[in-house]
Design a protein around this ligand. Sequence first.
Ligand SMILES: C[S@@+](CC[C@H](N)C(=O)[O-])C[C@H]1O[C@@H](n2cnc3c(N)ncnc32)[C@H](O)[C@@H]1O
Length: 316
Amino acid sequence: MYAFALDSEFAREVRCGLTRTEQKTLPCRYLYDDVGSALFEAITHLPEYGLTRADTRLIQAHAGELVDWLPRNTIVVELGSGNGMKSKPIIERLRRRQIAVYYPIDLSSTALAKCAEELAPLGAVCPLNTSYLEGLREVAERRAEGQNLLALFLGSTIGNFEPEAAIDFLYAIRLTMHPGDALLLGTDLVKPVERLLAAYDDPTLVTAAFNLNMLARINREIGGDFDLRQFEHVIRYDEQAQRIEMHLRSRIYQIVSIRGADLIVDFVPNETICTEACYKFCPEQIRTMARTAGFRLEAQWIDEEWPFAENLLVAV
Ligand SMILES: C[S@@+](CC[C@H](N)C(=O)[O-])C[C@H]1O[C@@H](n2cnc3c(N)ncnc32)[C@H](O)[C@@H]1O
């Protein structure tokens, strides 16, 4: 059953991340299979996790202003749309003045199906079940003469990239754009450590389940035999790097085999696998990042309840 699994990118990346000599890692995009996407949606409703509500509040409050600013005939593309609920106010405002065309891009086909169902009544929804940049390049190729582009990258997903990779990623987005095209970038801001730790380590253990599901996914899809009860969810904050880290810590010495990745790997007690890093930002950092990647920061809206910035970047 798993004979050809190493052909899959998932198996190769699992093997690569778990054979690292220093910190074992697993890429965070694999957190979002069907179970993971459903758990992430539950996280966005948790009282401790204010990020999604802040992002949503800012978009609701400023969608009109944003759309008024956009040139006529703008198409919208969202990178990692999830269920697309946050973009709804933007599409609603856009359709008051033009046919709304919306391309949600996501690796999760379940999230995309939900997104298409929610937003189809508002305009032409064209889901792309692929990775961020592949999807964006496809949209850029499909765009007609005279069409302008608004890309959305919400939820502070940019914080999952290492700082240099974040700039490279923004620059790669910029390369698909024409001057005057726009990127709405959501960024979670630095805040008191206790608030951050609570947001990623809720007492109902939904985030723990989201994290552990990574191992369950390896078991399901590529023949792993992780005993999930022998790993625990751990959150760390690196204050200097302004980074939350999500880990899975081995409770005991144990040996795990993953047939599809042709791998047998051992864990000493307390050894961790890092499954996600979430960088937090200061408002001024966004301006610098934008400039370095070929954008100018046209507007920045900040939520007062949960420090979070919505940034309108324009390709120069
Ligand atoms: C943190 S969720 C954010 C969802 C939504 N944008 C929000 O702000 O609530 C990240 C989403 O991006 C998707 N995703 C992660 N890595 C991806 C990649 N490399 N290419 C496309 N989608 C990706 C996941 O499936 C998930 O739906």
